[in-house]
Design a protein around this ligand. Structure first.
Ligand code: ATP
Length: 347
């Protein structure tokens, strides 16, 4: 069992602050994804947990043991990094079994675990090959199999599927989810791919400029972004926003329409709705169609509402042409509101 606690961790590189006030508890056997744009501090946080980087301040605990002063090898953590760190002069079999050999596990156990994990990662036919002869994607799978073979209490993964083609990535994602769900491992997984994050995570920690902005289950992050940034970072296409002014009594004026919203004394709010939460209707927001993109399963329509770009995902049979005006009715349950100054969700 392994519960990980990160307490008030800060990281400075010279005068640059890469992490600010990171407080996060990852429950035993939880699959936590750190999600954010390039440079937001995901890898730095993972490296601090692994012991490859020292925090400027703060503590890291696993259960009731403080680990931030321990050497990486003494932390009981298996790691898969972006650059995979697979030994080129060893075969795939030897690479996957490397950690198990170090632990002096009996031969039959090493063999069984190596074969099982190679199969999971679809590299069983490569076991006899030298790792230096493999493609980037194959080496990456060797690294994942090596970490899984250890059956660790904690596994840290930094973009472990980044070098795979789209189809294999989809397949491996499902395999990984299945394996970890069936294990007792606590996992922290770094990615900038929001779909991967949504699909894998028990909880997602959304990071931005060195801070964790929201840590919640995927659907909550998607439906109730804690900040406007989360609404625009997660979701493809992202959330739409329009300015709103108060009409009194919890009603808000949005592009000439009236919608029920929070009863607050804000003098302005941002109205927000996801593109799939709009329906063409006789009444609603008047939108001038700019671009129509048929995407098979649906049609992506980019419009302008009061001069602001606004996107809607509509049924694939919807017939529309650029220049037309349509009215889009938002699903009332899905409307969200943000403070234009602080950018935080207002309920
Ligand atoms: P990516 O997805 O691109 O890997 P990331 O979110 O993992 O990005 P980090 O690698 O954690 O980002 O880097 C966070 C910030 O800290 C970046 O601005 C980066 O330039 C800076 N940084 C990271 N390592 C160092 C270092 N050794 N010295 C100076 N600055 C660093």
């Amino acid at each position: 069992m392994a519960e990980i606690q990160i307490k008030n961790v800060e990281k400075w590189f010279g005068s640059y602050q890469a992490l600010t006030s990171i407080d996060l508890t990852i429950s035993d056997q939880e699959f936590m994804v750190l999600l954010g744009a390039s440079g937001c501090g995901k890898t730095t946080l993972l490296r601090i947990i692994a012991g490859l980087e020292t925090a400027s301040q703060g503590e890291v605990w696993i259960n009731d043991r403080r680990i931030d002063h321990l050497a990486p090898k003494d932390r009981g953590i298996a790691m898969v990094f972006q650059n995979y760190a697979v030994f080129p002069h060893l075969t795939v079999f030897e690479n996957i079994g490397f950690g198990l050999r170090m632990q002096r596990r009996p031969n039959h156990e090493v063999k069984a675990r190596v074969e099982r994990n190679a199969e999971l990662m679809h590299i069983e036919q490569l076991l006899g090959r030298y790792s230096g002869e493999l493609s980037g994607g194959q080496r990456q799978r060797v690294a994942v199999a090596r970490a899984l073979a250890m059956e660790p209490d904690v596994i840290l993964m930094d973009e472990p599927l980044s070098n795979l083609d789209a189809l294999l990535r989809l397949e491996m994602r499902a395999e990984l989810k299945g394996v970890l769900a069936g294990s007792k491992t606590t996992a922290i997984y770094v990615t900038h791919d929001q779909v991967e994050a949504m699909s894998l995570a028990d909880r997602i920690s959304v990071m931005h400029q060195g801070r964790i902005i929201q840590a919640a289950d995927p659907l909550s992050v998607y439906r109730d972004p804690a900040e406007r940034f989360v609404g625009s970072f997660i979701g493809n296409p992202p959330m739409n926003f329009l300015p709103a002014t108060p009409e009194g009594g919890g009603k808000w004026r949005v592009a000439g329409q009236s919608y029920a919203g929070p009863k607050t004394d804000h003098t302005a709010l941002d109205f927000a709705i996801r593109p799939e939460d709009l329906q063409p209707s006789v009444a609603g927001l008047a939108a001038v169609v700019k671009v129509v993109e048929p995407l098979g399963a649906h049609v992506l329509v980019t419009c302008a509402i009061d001069g602001q770009m606004f996107r809607s995902v509509l049924d694939s049979d919807t017939k529309l042409a650029a220049g037309e005006t349509i009215t889009l009715q938002p699903n009332a349950d899905r409307i969200r509101w943000f403070d234009p100054q602080s950018q935080v969700l207002v309920r």
